[in-house]
Structures are given as structure tokens and as C-alpha cells.
Design a protein. Structure first.
Ligand code: GLA
Length: 393
């Protein structure tokens, strides 16, 4: 982390010969509550110790550049109209944020920015949210725009919808900005009310196992799931005009009208309706310190995501099945949008290394892929790392 910060700082001063403002923005995990955010349900995410770091400072020559360390690539930004670009893809997450600030007439002046990080791409840890949120936060700080945090979250989500083309919910951006060290966030995605709950894992730790696969069509399948949920709501609304999302649907309503719902729509809705309830129960488990009950629910979630919501894949299913062979694993499931990325596991500390080497070996034998494992800890959301007086306007 220290090294990354130094690297980004050094690259900035080398390129732009100036002291920058440094901002970090984390990736996220989600303990439970998957595909519930865009259905007005509950989620339980947290920001983690994997960051994207931004170095940013005003430009002296009227031009604006953004440089990606990872891709060793830079773009020139037209501050008058930061439109979507064909290439490079990474630029759109940032341009989408900038676009809104410019549209709203915020006093964004020419700047230079260098960014890079350690949030693995395509692993379901929301590197895109970290990118959008960190950039929004950095501009907000640099130009003293006074945008409230929740507005930054929404601007980041807008960039994902309109510049990256994924109709995501609010969870990832919320977790990245609002995360709190050692706590999970219980977020009501309808009202955006939230509370922090201490994640006291006692002798357990969180291990992420990265399948290293990202199957095609992830984004279009994601949008399809969202549409299927909306179809379910539209059909049920004929009978229950008061409902506006799956949050309002009770299991009895689904059963009563099962025959009218296309099979897949019924399955998708069944999963979401039960997952929304499961998160509420899981939150009570956590308050009661009952990690065993919590872990069981993680397995139930995986089952639903795999069989009913159909967003898992053979690699994720394999890792979750293998985890069941360890009695020191309390729960495991696929995490995030699906079709690849990571599983999240809660496992006894002293068994973690054995667990990781067992899974690595089994996974390699099954798929000829080297899995990657991360022991993660829960950190603060997007924040300023250091302010250089010269860089602040
Ligand atoms: C992606 C989206 C989130 C959420 C999850 C699934 O990470 O960005 O909004 O819908 O998938 O829970």
C-alpha cells in the first residue's frame, strides 16, 4: 500500500513536476445480499484493503490529462465536453463522472491526474466503483466543490449506467465511499438509510478465492436479470397495485401467481424475495454474534444464485462445493454480479492457509487455472491520503 502510494506519487511528479493531492478509493466485498440492490432490497457490503490511488493537481497550461499507470496510457480530456470514448475503456468510468460535473456547471478547472491500483480487475471486487468514486472524490477535494458524499456515490453510479453501460445498483459505489474500518454496512437500497455493524470475526477471517475467469456477456446478462425482475413486478402489479419493486413482494404473492409468471421470471423473483429476507435475518445473526448461522445463510445465497438466479458458473460452484469439505469454513458463496470473479469464504484463521492450498490444487486439477486467494480486511471508504498545500485551490 505504502509502495503503491509512493509509486503513484513518483509517477505524477515525474510527469507533471508538481506535488499532487493523493486520494485512495477501495474495492468492496459483500457479505450477503446479492442482486438485491436494484430491487430496493438490503445489502451488507464493506470496503476492503485493496485500493486505487489517485494523484491529482491543477494544470498550469490549460490542458487536462489522465494517465493510467496500469495501462501506461494517457488521455487528453476536453473539459468542455467530456464525451464517451470508444477507446480506452477505462477512460469512460472517469469521463462519466466528469461529464456530470461539467453539465451541472461545477467549477472544474484544468487538471492532471495519475491513477493506479491493486483492486484486481474482473474479480468482482468492484474496481470500476473504486475508479469512479475515487475520481469523483478527488475532483471534489481538489476544486472544493462541496459535493455531499451521497451525491458522489450517485454520480459514480450514473457513470456506470451511462458511460460503461451497466445498469448496476448502488451497492458498490456506496460501499467504496461510505465504508468504515472494521464494520459492515447494512444498507437499505430503497431509502439509502444505513447502519454500521461491527464485523467481529473472532477466530475467523475472510478469504476471497478468485476463479480468474470472467465469462463473456457478464454485462448483458446483468441487465437481463434486472429486466426479468422488472417483468415480475409488472405482472404482479396487476394484482397488487401498491408494489413498486420486489422489495414489496411477499413469497405468498409469488406462489399465488406462479402460473402467470414465465418460469425464469418466477425463479429470479423467488431468489430475490428470499434473499432480501435472508439479509435481514443475517444481520440479526451478526448482532447476536452467531457466525455459524450467518455462514449457513451464505451457502443458501449461493444455492439461489446458482440454481434460481443463474449467475454462477462451474468454476464458482466448484470452489463453493470444495469449501464444504472443510468443517472450519462457516460459509462460502459467489460474490458480486457473477459469471466469474471471486467466492467469499469465512474460515477459521488457523485453517486458512491449508484451505487456500487445498483449493488452489483442486482448482488447478479441475480447470488448469491458478486460483488467486486474498485474505482481506475491512477498511475505511474513499479518503484523502495527503494534501499538498500547493495543489489545493
Ligand atoms: C454488481 C453491481 C451491484 C450489485 C451486484 C450484485 O457488483 O454493480 O450493483 O447488483 O453486482 O449484487
Amino acid at each position: 500500500m505504502q509502495n503503491l502510494e509512493q509509486e503513484i506519487h513518483a509517477r505524477f511528479t515525474q510527469l507533471f513536476n508538481k506535488e499532487p493531492l493523493l486520494v485512495r478509493s477501495p474495492g468492496r466485498i459483500n457479505l450477503i445480499g446479492e442482486h438485491t440492490d436494484y430491487n430496493d432490497g438490503f445489502v451488507m457490503p464493506a470496503a476492503i484493503d485493496k485500493d486505487i490511488i489517485f494523484a491529482i493537481a491543477p494544470s498550469d497550461n490549460g490542458e487536462s490529462y489522465i494517465y493510467s499507470v496500469k495501462y501506461d496510457e494517457r488521455i487528453k480530456v476536453d473539459l468542455k465536453s467530456p464525451e464517451k470514448v470508444e477507446d480506452p475503456a477505462w477512460a469512460n468510468y472517469l469521463l462519466g463522472v466528469l461529464h456530470q460535473m461539467v453539465e451541472e456547471g461545477m467549477p472544474v478547472k484544468p487538471f492532471n491526474c495519475v491513477f493506479g491500483g491493486e483492486v484486481p480487475l474482473g474479480a468482482g471486487l468492484s474496481s470500476s466503483a473504486a475508479l469512479e468514486c475515487g475520481f469523483a472524490f478527488a475532483l471534489n477535494e481538489l476544486f472544493a466543490l462541496k459535493i455531499p458524499k451521497i451525491r458522489l456515490v450517485k454520480m459514480a453510479q450514473w457513470a456506470e449506467h451511462h458511460y460503461a453501460g451497466v445498469k448496476c445498483g448502488i451497492m458498490d459505489q456506496f460501499a467504496s465511499v461510505m465504508g468504515k474500518e472494521g464494520h459492515v454496512i447494512l444498507l437499505d437500497c430503497r431509502s439509502l438509510e444505513y447502519r454500521y455493524s461491527p464485523m467481529d470475526l473472532k477466530d475467523f477471517i475472510i478469504v476471497l478465492c478468485d476463479t480468474k475467469v470472467k465469462h463473456k456477456l457478464v454485462d448483458s446478462e446483468y441487465n437481463t436479470r434486472r429486466n426479468e425482475c422488472e417483468t415480475g413486478v409488472a405482472i404482479l402489479k396487476k394484482y397488487y397495485p401498491e408494489i413498486t419493486s420486489l422489495r414489496d413482494v411477499k413469497p405468498e404473492m409469488l406462489e399465488k401467481h406462479k402460473a402467470e409468471l414465465p418460469g425464469k421470471v418466477y425463479n429470479r423473483c423467488t431468489y430475490v424475495v428470499s434473499e432480501i429476507r435472508r439479509v435481514q435475518q443475517a444481520s440479526r445473526d451478526l448482532d447476536a454474534g452467531d457466525l455459524v448461522a450467518f455462514g449457513k445463510k451464505m451457502y443458501e445465497t449461493h444455492e439461489g444464485l446458482s440454481k434460481l438466479y443463474e449467475v454462477s458458473c462451474k468454476e464458482l460452484d466448484f470452489l463453493v462445493e470444495e469449501s464444504k469439505k472443510f468443517d472450519k469454513v462457516l460459509g462460502a458463496r459467489m460474490m458480486g454480479g457473477g459469471f466469474g470473479g471471486c467466492t467469499i469464504n469465512i474460515i477459521k484463521k488457523d485453517a486458512a492457509d491449508r484451505f487456500i492450498s487445498h483449493l488452489t490444487k483442486a482448482y488447478r486439477e479441475a480447470f488448469s487455472i491458478d486460483m488467486r486467494a486474498y485474505k482481506v480486511s475491512i477498511r475505511e471508504g474513499t479518503s484523502v491520503l495527503s494534501k499538498s498545500p500547493a495543489s489545493i485551490i
